[in-house]
Design a protein around this ligand. Sequence first.
Ligand SMILES: NC(=O)c1ccc[n+]([C@@H]2O[C@H](COP(=O)([O-])OP(=O)(O)OC[C@H]3O[C@@H](n4cnc5c(N)ncnc54)[C@H](OP(=O)(O)O)[C@@H]3O)[C@@H](O)[C@H]2O)c1
Length: 245
Amino acid sequence: MWKTDFKMRNIEGKTAFITGGTKGIGYGIAEALLNEGINVALTSRSQKAASEAANKLNQRAKNAVALGLQADVRSYEDQQKAVTATLEKFGQIDFVIANAGLGHFASIEEMTLEQWHETIDTNLTGAFYTLKSTLNELKKNQGYYITISSLAGTNFFKNGSAYNASKFGLTGFTQAAMLDLRAHGIKTTTIMPGSVSTYFNNNTPNPEDAWKIQIEDIGQMVVSLLKLPQRTLPSKIEVRPTTPA
Ligand SMILES: NC(=O)c1ccc[n+]([C@@H]2O[C@H](COP(=O)([O-])OP(=O)(O)OC[C@H]3O[C@@H](n4cnc5c(N)ncnc54)[C@H](OP(=O)(O)O)[C@@H]3O)[C@@H](O)[C@H]2O)c1
Protein backbone atom coordinates (compact mmCIF):
# COMPACT_ATOMS: atom_id res chain seq x y z
CA MET A 1 0.00 0.00 0.00
CA TRP A 2 1.27 3.49 -0.86
CA LYS A 3 2.07 5.46 2.29
CA THR A 4 3.93 8.72 3.05
CA ASP A 5 5.85 9.32 6.29
CA PHE A 6 4.09 11.10 9.12
CA LYS A 7 6.58 13.56 10.50
CA MET A 8 5.79 16.45 12.84
CA ARG A 9 7.40 19.75 11.82
CA ASN A 10 10.40 20.76 13.89
CA ILE A 11 9.57 24.20 15.28
CA GLU A 12 12.42 24.65 17.75
CA GLY A 13 14.54 27.74 17.13
CA LYS A 14 11.84 29.55 15.13
CA THR A 15 10.51 33.03 15.96
CA ALA A 16 6.92 34.07 16.66
CA PHE A 17 5.38 37.56 16.58
CA ILE A 18 2.29 37.83 18.81
CA THR A 19 0.14 40.95 19.03
CA GLY A 20 -1.34 41.63 22.47
CA GLY A 21 0.80 39.21 24.46
CA THR A 22 0.78 40.88 27.87
CA LYS A 23 -2.10 38.85 29.32
CA GLY A 24 -4.89 36.45 28.42
CA ILE A 25 -4.76 34.30 25.29
CA GLY A 26 -1.71 36.03 23.76
CA TYR A 27 0.28 35.44 26.95
CA GLY A 28 -0.82 31.78 27.06
CA ILE A 29 0.32 31.29 23.47
CA ALA A 30 3.64 33.04 24.19
CA GLU A 31 4.30 30.76 27.16
CA ALA A 32 3.48 27.58 25.20
CA LEU A 33 5.72 28.62 22.29
CA LEU A 34 8.64 29.53 24.56
CA ASN A 35 8.35 26.07 26.13
CA GLU A 36 8.88 24.65 22.62
CA GLY A 37 12.08 26.64 22.16
CA ILE A 38 10.49 29.34 19.98
CA ASN A 39 11.61 32.94 20.48
CA VAL A 40 8.67 35.29 20.97
CA ALA A 41 8.17 38.99 20.28
CA LEU A 42 4.99 40.18 22.01
CA THR A 43 3.32 43.55 21.66
CA SER A 44 1.16 45.83 23.78
CA ARG A 45 -0.16 49.37 23.74
CA SER A 46 2.24 50.01 26.64
CA GLN A 47 6.01 49.42 26.69
CA LYS A 48 5.85 48.93 30.47
CA ALA A 49 3.25 46.14 30.20
CA ALA A 50 5.16 44.51 27.33
CA SER A 51 8.47 44.55 29.24
CA GLU A 52 6.85 43.21 32.41
CA ALA A 53 5.22 40.31 30.53
CA ALA A 54 8.48 39.49 28.70
CA ASN A 55 10.46 39.58 31.97
CA LYS A 56 7.96 37.25 33.63
CA LEU A 57 8.10 34.82 30.70
CA ASN A 58 11.91 34.96 30.57
CA GLN A 59 12.16 33.87 34.22
CA ARG A 60 10.78 30.47 33.22
CA ALA A 61 11.86 30.09 29.59
CA LYS A 62 14.94 27.90 29.14
CA ASN A 63 15.84 27.60 25.46
CA ALA A 64 14.14 30.69 24.04
CA VAL A 65 13.73 34.40 24.67
CA ALA A 66 10.73 36.75 24.95
CA LEU A 67 10.96 40.36 23.74
CA GLY A 68 8.32 42.93 24.79
CA LEU A 69 7.52 45.74 22.34
CA GLN A 70 5.18 48.73 22.37
CA ALA A 71 3.02 48.62 19.23
CA ASP A 72 -0.64 49.58 19.01
CA VAL A 73 -2.19 47.32 16.32
CA ARG A 74 -4.29 50.27 15.16
CA SER A 75 -1.09 51.92 13.88
CA TYR A 76 0.56 50.49 10.75
CA GLU A 77 3.73 52.46 11.60
CA ASP A 78 3.84 50.83 15.05
CA GLN A 79 3.54 47.38 13.45
CA GLN A 80 6.38 48.09 11.03
CA LYS A 81 8.63 49.33 13.85
CA ALA A 82 7.86 46.27 15.98
CA VAL A 83 8.64 43.97 13.05
CA THR A 84 11.98 45.76 12.49
CA ALA A 85 12.84 45.45 16.19
CA THR A 86 11.95 41.73 16.12
CA LEU A 87 14.17 41.14 13.09
CA GLU A 88 17.05 43.05 14.73
CA LYS A 89 16.76 40.81 17.80
CA PHE A 90 15.93 37.40 16.30
CA GLY A 91 16.77 37.70 12.58
CA GLN A 92 13.55 36.11 11.30
CA ILE A 93 9.78 35.82 11.81
CA ASP A 94 8.20 32.43 11.10
CA PHE A 95 4.89 32.50 12.95
CA VAL A 96 2.52 35.46 13.31
CA ILE A 97 -0.37 35.43 15.77
CA ALA A 98 -2.87 38.30 15.33
CA ASN A 99 -4.43 38.11 18.78
CA ALA A 100 -4.83 41.68 20.09
CA GLY A 101 -8.48 42.47 20.62
CA LEU A 102 -11.15 43.97 22.83
CA GLY A 103 -14.91 44.20 23.08
CA HIS A 104 -17.46 46.96 23.62
CA PHE A 105 -20.97 45.63 24.18
CA ALA A 106 -23.94 48.00 23.94
CA SER A 107 -27.14 48.61 22.01
CA ILE A 108 -26.94 50.66 18.80
CA GLU A 109 -28.46 53.55 20.76
CA GLU A 110 -25.75 53.45 23.39
CA MET A 111 -22.72 52.44 21.29
CA THR A 112 -20.50 55.50 20.84
CA LEU A 113 -18.63 56.24 17.63
CA GLU A 114 -15.36 55.89 19.56
CA GLN A 115 -16.31 52.42 20.81
CA TRP A 116 -17.31 51.33 17.29
CA HIS A 117 -14.07 52.53 15.72
CA GLU A 118 -11.86 51.17 18.51
CA THR A 119 -13.43 47.71 18.09
CA ILE A 120 -13.16 47.57 14.30
CA ASP A 121 -9.71 49.21 14.16
CA THR A 122 -8.26 46.83 16.76
CA ASN A 123 -9.93 43.51 15.98
CA LEU A 124 -10.18 43.73 12.20
CA THR A 125 -7.88 46.36 10.72
CA GLY A 126 -5.21 45.41 13.29
CA ALA A 127 -5.09 41.86 11.93
CA PHE A 128 -4.65 43.21 8.38
CA TYR A 129 -1.84 45.58 9.46
CA THR A 130 -0.17 42.70 11.31
CA LEU A 131 -0.23 40.48 8.24
CA LYS A 132 0.80 43.25 5.84
CA SER A 133 3.84 44.19 7.95
CA THR A 134 5.06 40.58 8.33
CA LEU A 135 4.21 39.27 4.86
CA ASN A 136 7.77 39.36 3.48
CA GLU A 137 9.04 37.26 6.38
CA LEU A 138 6.14 34.81 6.10
CA LYS A 139 6.85 34.39 2.39
CA LYS A 140 10.57 33.94 2.94
CA ASN A 141 10.11 31.31 5.66
CA GLN A 142 6.96 29.50 4.45
CA GLY A 143 5.47 30.75 7.71
CA TYR A 144 2.20 30.47 9.56
CA TYR A 145 -0.39 33.25 10.13
CA ILE A 146 -2.99 32.67 12.85
CA THR A 147 -5.81 34.98 13.86
CA ILE A 148 -7.83 34.78 17.06
CA SER A 149 -11.39 35.36 15.96
CA SER A 150 -14.27 34.14 18.15
CA LEU A 151 -17.49 32.16 18.13
CA ALA A 152 -18.85 35.73 17.91
CA GLY A 153 -17.40 35.62 14.40
CA THR A 154 -20.11 33.15 13.36
CA ASN A 155 -22.94 33.63 15.94
CA PHE A 156 -24.50 37.06 16.51
CA PHE A 157 -26.04 38.29 19.77
CA LYS A 158 -27.83 41.28 21.35
CA ASN A 159 -25.53 44.25 22.11
CA GLY A 160 -22.87 42.60 19.96
CA SER A 161 -23.06 44.80 16.85
CA ALA A 162 -19.50 46.17 16.96
CA TYR A 163 -17.88 42.99 18.29
CA ASN A 164 -19.85 40.71 15.93
CA ALA A 165 -19.02 42.96 12.98
CA SER A 166 -15.31 42.92 13.87
CA LYS A 167 -15.17 39.15 14.38
CA PHE A 168 -17.39 38.15 11.42
CA GLY A 169 -15.09 40.44 9.43
CA LEU A 170 -11.99 38.82 10.88
CA THR A 171 -13.25 35.32 10.08
CA GLY A 172 -13.94 36.34 6.47
CA PHE A 173 -10.68 38.26 6.17
CA THR A 174 -8.62 35.33 7.44
CA GLN A 175 -10.31 32.78 5.16
CA ALA A 176 -9.82 34.99 2.10
CA ALA A 177 -6.20 35.69 3.12
CA MET A 178 -5.68 31.93 3.45
CA LEU A 179 -6.50 31.51 -0.26
CA ASP A 180 -3.95 34.22 -1.17
CA LEU A 181 -1.23 33.02 1.18
CA ARG A 182 -1.24 29.32 0.43
CA ALA A 183 0.02 30.12 -3.04
CA HIS A 184 3.26 31.07 -1.24
CA GLY A 185 3.29 27.98 1.00
CA ILE A 186 2.13 30.08 3.97
CA LYS A 187 -0.39 28.40 6.25
CA THR A 188 -3.31 30.40 7.69
CA THR A 189 -5.74 29.46 10.45
CA THR A 190 -8.44 31.34 12.29
CA ILE A 191 -9.16 30.05 15.81
CA MET A 192 -12.66 30.90 17.03
CA PRO A 193 -12.91 30.37 20.79
CA GLY A 194 -15.94 30.51 23.05
CA SER A 195 -15.41 31.61 26.66
CA VAL A 196 -11.75 31.72 27.70
CA SER A 197 -10.64 32.69 31.21
CA THR A 198 -8.84 36.03 30.58
CA TYR A 199 -9.09 39.75 31.41
CA PHE A 200 -11.47 40.30 28.46
CA ASN A 201 -14.46 42.58 29.11
CA ASN A 202 -13.32 43.47 32.66
CA ASN A 203 -13.10 39.84 33.80
CA THR A 204 -10.32 38.74 36.14
CA PRO A 205 -9.45 35.04 35.98
CA ASN A 206 -10.80 33.42 39.16
CA PRO A 207 -11.81 29.97 40.45
CA GLU A 208 -15.33 30.39 39.05
CA ASP A 209 -13.74 30.42 35.59
CA ALA A 210 -12.74 26.76 35.93
CA TRP A 211 -15.42 25.66 33.40
CA LYS A 212 -13.99 27.97 30.71
CA ILE A 213 -11.25 27.22 28.21
CA GLN A 214 -7.90 28.13 29.82
CA ILE A 215 -5.17 30.13 28.09
CA GLU A 216 -2.71 27.20 28.18
CA ASP A 217 -5.29 25.11 26.25
CA ILE A 218 -5.21 27.61 23.39
CA GLY A 219 -1.41 27.69 23.70
CA GLN A 220 -1.23 23.93 23.19
CA MET A 221 -3.66 24.13 20.28
CA VAL A 222 -1.35 26.61 18.54
CA VAL A 223 1.69 24.38 19.19
CA SER A 224 -0.18 21.42 17.64
CA LEU A 225 -1.11 23.47 14.56
CA LEU A 226 2.46 24.61 14.04
CA LYS A 227 3.74 21.02 14.29
CA LEU A 228 1.33 19.52 11.75
CA PRO A 229 2.92 18.35 8.49
CA GLN A 230 3.22 21.13 5.89
CA ARG A 231 0.71 19.37 3.60
CA THR A 232 -2.24 19.69 6.03
CA LEU A 233 -4.08 22.88 7.02
CA PRO A 234 -6.96 23.20 9.52
CA SER A 235 -8.03 26.62 8.24
CA LYS A 236 -10.92 27.43 10.61
CA ILE A 237 -11.31 26.03 14.13
CA GLU A 238 -14.27 26.51 16.47
CA VAL A 239 -13.37 25.74 20.09
CA ARG A 240 -15.73 25.86 23.04
CA PRO A 241 -15.95 24.83 26.70
CA THR A 242 -17.03 21.20 26.88
CA THR A 243 -19.54 21.90 29.67
CA PRO A 244 -20.77 25.51 29.81
CA ALA A 245 -21.66 26.84 33.29
N1 LIG B 1 -11.68 35.71 26.41
C1 LIG B 1 -12.58 35.17 25.61
O1 LIG B 1 -13.57 34.56 26.06
C2 LIG B 1 -12.39 35.27 24.12
C3 LIG B 1 -13.19 34.47 23.31
C4 LIG B 1 -13.02 34.54 21.92
C5 LIG B 1 -12.08 35.37 21.37
N2 LIG B 1 -11.30 36.16 22.18
C6 LIG B 1 -10.32 37.02 21.54
O2 LIG B 1 -9.03 36.72 22.04
C7 LIG B 1 -8.18 37.84 21.84
C8 LIG B 1 -7.41 38.11 23.13
O3 LIG B 1 -8.33 38.49 24.14
P1 LIG B 1 -8.21 38.01 25.65
O4 LIG B 1 -9.46 37.30 25.98
O5 LIG B 1 -6.91 37.38 25.88
O6 LIG B 1 -8.30 39.45 26.38
P2 LIG B 1 -7.32 40.19 27.41
O7 LIG B 1 -6.95 39.28 28.53
O8 LIG B 1 -8.01 41.48 27.71
O9 LIG B 1 -5.99 40.49 26.53
C9 LIG B 1 -6.06 41.35 25.44
C10 LIG B 1 -4.67 41.60 24.90
O10 LIG B 1 -4.78 42.43 23.73
C11 LIG B 1 -3.91 43.54 23.87
N3 LIG B 1 -4.43 44.69 23.13
C12 LIG B 1 -5.67 45.24 23.16
N4 LIG B 1 -5.75 46.28 22.33
C13 LIG B 1 -4.53 46.38 21.72
C14 LIG B 1 -3.99 47.26 20.74
N5 LIG B 1 -4.71 48.27 20.20
N6 LIG B 1 -2.71 47.07 20.34
C15 LIG B 1 -1.97 46.06 20.88
N7 LIG B 1 -2.42 45.21 21.80
C16 LIG B 1 -3.69 45.37 22.23
C17 LIG B 1 -3.80 43.77 25.36
O11 LIG B 1 -2.56 44.41 25.64
P3 LIG B 1 -2.41 45.81 26.46
O12 LIG B 1 -3.66 45.98 27.29
O13 LIG B 1 -1.17 45.58 27.27
O14 LIG B 1 -2.26 46.83 25.39
C18 LIG B 1 -3.78 42.33 25.88
O15 LIG B 1 -2.46 41.80 25.84
C19 LIG B 1 -9.08 38.99 21.40
O16 LIG B 1 -8.98 39.16 20.00
C20 LIG B 1 -10.47 38.51 21.79
O17 LIG B 1 -11.46 39.08 20.98
C21 LIG B 1 -11.44 36.12 23.54
